[in-house]
Design a protein around this ligand. Structure first.
Ligand code: SF4
Length: 525
């Protein structure tokens, strides 16, 4: 079969395409963006693949495709699963029909995220199987297996990646591609109607399935117990942690090693390792998910990992940290040279947001606060701008500005990107309109999702009509062009709207210079 050189993300996408998906849905977010980008690059037009408004709508669409009997992939970053938590947990209750795979890329060390969180807990919370590949080949293989598992138990399956795996490239051997499923509606039509009586029945089924999920983990080819002569120590290594351990012991394993890539945990294999070794070290990326279970509420001095400091409690796993936990000395692969100066992230030269923030700062003077959101513009919190005061999660800028205005803070200004606005700002603005709250929402319309590489924004050409539709007074929906020569005019518009004692929206519209440059390059070809 064909060999390809794929990123972990791309291996997930290729695995899904070769597993016969009919659709792929996502909202862009580092480190998961490349999954849908790859599908869009490679898949035939017959396979539905579009960016969704947010992770919740993406998961709902994938569930709908699964309802119709076809296989669907939905992908997101870890914080996106918070947005999609409602349909995710409920899809575990309704179950799937066609295979439904939820690929979530966690970002330990917060390379491009507001938090570290571990999606294995979400799978555990929902009561669905979780698969955690250790390299791109396994990511490809595990996706095919995940669809089979999903259809065997009629349940969504979560595939968890971490940044290093999502963005590492390795050779991947492809299998023969499978045909798409035909349309096949669920035999039991009540299953997807989560009225309490049906939901209770479905929930019983989900609880009863837990033993079968554990049995599937016991038998899984992705979980494996390797022997080792020195039983003073046993190693449990999950996902990418397994790859790091194998790199440290390229020839022969000195200690017994249990590789975990499928959850719920395979109890028998864990028991066997625990009983045959004096001590156990758990190598896992993210939270101490396995370790906390093995230590129990009162601790178990034989179990080591992130909780007892054998590994750092926070941040992503590194080969160096794993080596130290196993008592092996290694040299760092390379150290940055003296010439590499620290370079804090900054808005690109010519970025339209820079002009908006300059105007906004002048319009505000030393009054009020600016509630910001998730996007390139968050960088305005740093020097030289220092123009925003908060950044919590997608859509929070408008909700927080509302709460601060409710508390009597004036001016309360929210800044939010065009795509973040459609992702989850719309509902916050609706709340403001409902109560006539005195907030000013500045929508930074750069006509793209810039931060993740320029995906299309659902808001392009629609912002004014969306705001009008939400009930914002059309006289207080103003559009400015954030560019140097318009500075005075823009400051004036912002001042007027900030002083308006009700809801006002200022749309600062100028294309991101990066997407504009890409478009110009494409045109020149
Ligand atoms: S990518 Fe675009 S929006 Fe983001 S900082 Fe650069 S120019 Fe500004």
């Amino acid at each position: 079969m064909e060999r390809m050189f794929l990123l972990g993300d791309e291996a997930v996408a290729q695995g899904a395409l070769d597993s016969g998906i009919s659709g792929a849905y996502a909202y862009p977010g580092t480190p998961s963006t490349e999954i849908l980008e790859y599908v869009q690059r490679i898949a035939p037009a017959s396979i539905h693949s579009r960016w969704s408004t947010n992770e919740k709508t993406a998961l709902e669409a994938a569930l709908g495709m699964s309802y119709a009997g076809k296989r669907a992939l939905v992908s997101m970053k870890h914080v996106g699963l918070n947005v999609a938590a409602d349909p995710f947990i409920n899809a575990a209750i309704s179950g799937a029909n066609g295979g439904l795979l939820v690929a979530v890329a966690d970002d330990p060390s917060m390379h491009s995220s507001q938090n570290e969180q571990d999606s294995r807990f979400y799978a555990d919370f929902a009561g669905v199987p979780c698969l955690e590949p250790s390299d791109p080949q396994e990511a490809y293989d595990i996706v095919g297996y995940g669809f089979e598992l999903s259809e065997r138990y009629r349940i969504p399956v979560l595939v968890r990646l971490v940044t290093r795996l999502a963005h590492s490239r390795a050779p991947v051997e492809r299998k023969k591609a499978r045909e798409e499923n035909g349309l096949r509606l669920p035999e039991d039509s009540r299953r997807f109607v989560l009225l309490p009586a049906n939901a209770r029945r479905n929930y019983s089924r989900l609880v009863e399935l837990q033993d079968a999920f554990t049995a599937a983990s016991e038998e899984s080819r992705f979980n494996r117990l390797f022997p080792g002569a020195d039983r003073t120590l046993g190693i449990i290594a999950a996902g990418l942690g397994y790859a790091y351990v194998r790199e440290l012991y390229p020839d022969e394993l000195p200690h017994p090693l249990l590789k975990i890539s499928q959850y719920p945990l395979p109890r028998e294999a864990v028991k066997e390792l625990m009983e045959s070794c004096d001590e156990v070290v758990v190598i896992e990326d993210g939270y101490p998910f396995i370790e906390s279970r093995l230590r129990g509420l009162f601790g178990n001095p034989r179990v080591h990992g992130r909780l007892d400091g054998r590994l750092p409690r926070i941040g992503e796993l590194t080969p160096e940290a794993v080596a130290a936990a196993l008592g092996i000395e290694i040299k760092p692969a390379f150290a940055p040279g003296d010439l590499v100066a620290p370079r804090p992230p900054a808005l690109c030269p010519g970025c339209p947001h820079a002009d908006t923030f300059r105007a906004l700062k002048e319009a505000l003077g030393d009054r009020g606060r600016v509630f910001s959101d998730i996007g390139c513009y968050t960088l305005a919190a740093l020097p030289p701008y220092e123009a925003v005061d908060t950044c919590i999660e997608m859509g929070a800028s408008i909700g927080m500005a509302k709460g601060a205005a409710d508390a009597g803070l004036h001016p309360a200004v929210a800044v939010i990107g065009d795509s973040t606005f459609t992702h989850s700002g719309i509902t916050g603005l609706l709340d403001c309109v409902q109560e006539g709250t005195p907030v000013t929402v500045v929508i930074l319309d750069n006509l793209t999702v810039a931060m993740t590489g320029g995906q299309p924004s659902q808001a392009t050409d629609r912002l004014e009509s969306i705001c009008r539709g939400l009930g914002v007074d059309p006289d207080h929906i103003r559009v400015i062009t954030p560019i140097g020569p318009r500075h005075e005019e823009n400051v004036q518009v912002l001042r007027e709207e900030i002083d308006h004692p009700g809801v006002s929206v200022v749309i600062a519209r100028r294309e991101c210079v990066q997407t504009a440059a890409r478009r110009a390059r494409r045109r020149a070809k």
